[in-house]
Design a protein. Structure first.
Length: 87
């Protein structure tokens, strides 16, 4: 039973007060669509499963670190520093 929907008069979520409030409560995140290589996605999902986390959170953190110019070497150095000199 297929229905046809007409979205010609549709409003964006930020134009509907209740939906805008819900978006604001989501913590400043945006929903996007992105194409990722299957092997890359599999790696993030496997790591998330091993750590008990969420693969989307891991991908977000990796993107944040890349955008900030943080390299894997930086992460390793900081981890070693913290282990050698705990505060």
């Amino acid at each position: 039973m297929d229905k046809e929907y007409d979205f010609t008069n549709a409003k964006r979520a930020h134009d509907v007060p209740h939906l805008a409030q819900l978006q604001a409560e989501q913590g400043g995140k945006s929903r996007i669509t992105i194409r990722v290589d299957n092997d890359t996605l599999a790696i993030f999902k496997a790591r998330a499963e091993m750590s008990g986390g969420n693969y989307q959170t891991l991908m977000n953190e990796a993107l944040r670190q890349f955008a900030q110019g943080i390299t894997l070497a930086d992460v390793v150095r900081e981890t070693i520093r913290k282990e050698l000199h705990p505060t």
